[in-house]
Design a binder for this molecule. Sequence first.
Ligand SMILES: Cc1cc2nc3c(=O)[nH]c(=O)nc-3n(C[C@H](O)[C@H](O)[C@H](O)COP(=O)(O)OP(=O)(O)OC[C@H]3O[C@@H](n4cnc5c(N)ncnc54)[C@H](O)[C@@H]3O)c2cc1C
Length: 369
Amino acid sequence: MIFDIAVIGAGMAGASLAAELAPHARVLLIEGEDAPGYHATGRSAAFWEECYGGPAIVPLTRASGPYLADHGFLTDRGALYIGRAEDRAATDAFCARYAGTGVRIERLAPGALRERVPQLSPEWSEALHQPACADIDVAGLHQHYLSLARARGAVLATRARVAGLSREGGAWTIATTRGQTWRAGMIVNAAGAWADEIAQAAGAAPIGIAPFRRTVIALRVAPQPPADLPLVLDINGTFYFKPDAGRLWLSPHDEVPSAPCDAVPEELDVAIAVDRFTKVTDWRIEAVERRWAGLRSFAPDRLPVYGFDTQVERFFWFAGQGGFGIQTAPAAARLGAQLLLGQGRDPMIAGIDPAAYSPARFARELQSV
Ligand SMILES: Cc1cc2nc3c(=O)[nH]c(=O)nc-3n(C[C@H](O)[C@H](O)[C@H](O)COP(=O)(O)OP(=O)(O)OC[C@H]3O[C@@H](n4cnc5c(N)ncnc54)[C@H](O)[C@@H]3O)c2cc1C
């Protein structure tokens, strides 16, 4: 059987796009691991935070919100960006940066901050509240898209690491390290940290999608954090924490360049996380119960890359989802499918300008050098 479209990578990006494409085409979804979701998708901090990723990501995040809420994948959390007195300029700049984006941000008085996070050290007095922030059921969303793709006729192949891509006439031949081969009319590159490698295998120029390691640890603390504690983020980006099932998830907001790999947490990053946390709150750490790391992959301008390659025909990029690939998945997948199929925009993504995310922006940069 020749497939119309082969999507490489069955993380959130590939699964969601396959689900959107499957009603219109014969889709093959190819995953190198035993189970989809093993890499970045299975390691996220699971929040939907309207500002995360910067103003150019806000339209994708906000357009995804109703889909996520309507399907029951969001639970109210709220977020607080916090700072000390000397961070007033940083909080002002944050508010100015998001003015006009539609994001709701409210400044909290120090007393109100203390009420929400009683364990904070007194010098943390600045707080910006984002009431709309929510937890995402990441595994539920990923399974939703995988099930939807299958129900709509897509075929999922796991333990199928793509090693070779060649094109003859109108069809690509896809070969895996275990000797499987398939044919497809079009390739979608949803390979996360490996996106540039897949591009090179297809003869396309790499865009410079760079993976960066991010660490999260799960802490048992005393007193136990309240279930309704908001997501708390440092305005200067040196930590965030949130409650999960009686524990605290804490990240030192690290961003360490990495080769594409099965990322593991480094002791140093765990120690940095603990050190920062103990300086910021008076929670007593009883145990670091879990630790994990994952790769967040960014294009050079830190915006995602959705669209056809400018040089290699029938090769579509769906990569560079950075730290926002879960919260933007519904709108990104809808946009990706409509760009790939040459369809008009539907109401969910009507307000989104795809030019900002097009691979053509890198081709233009190369020409102007
Ligand atoms: C610690 C951490 C916290 C995060 N927190 C959040 C958050 O709170 N909210 C949010 O929205 N986002 C968050 N993110 C980002 C989010 O997890 C990613 O943007 C998203 O998971 C990217 O999905 P993906 O499908 O592109 O990548 P992946 O999930 O990495 O999927 C890519 C897949 O491609 C497969 N693949 C690669 N090469 C090949 C090949 N040659 N052949 C076959 N298959 C191949 C891989 O095996 C992998 O399964 C976080 C990320 C990390 C690491």
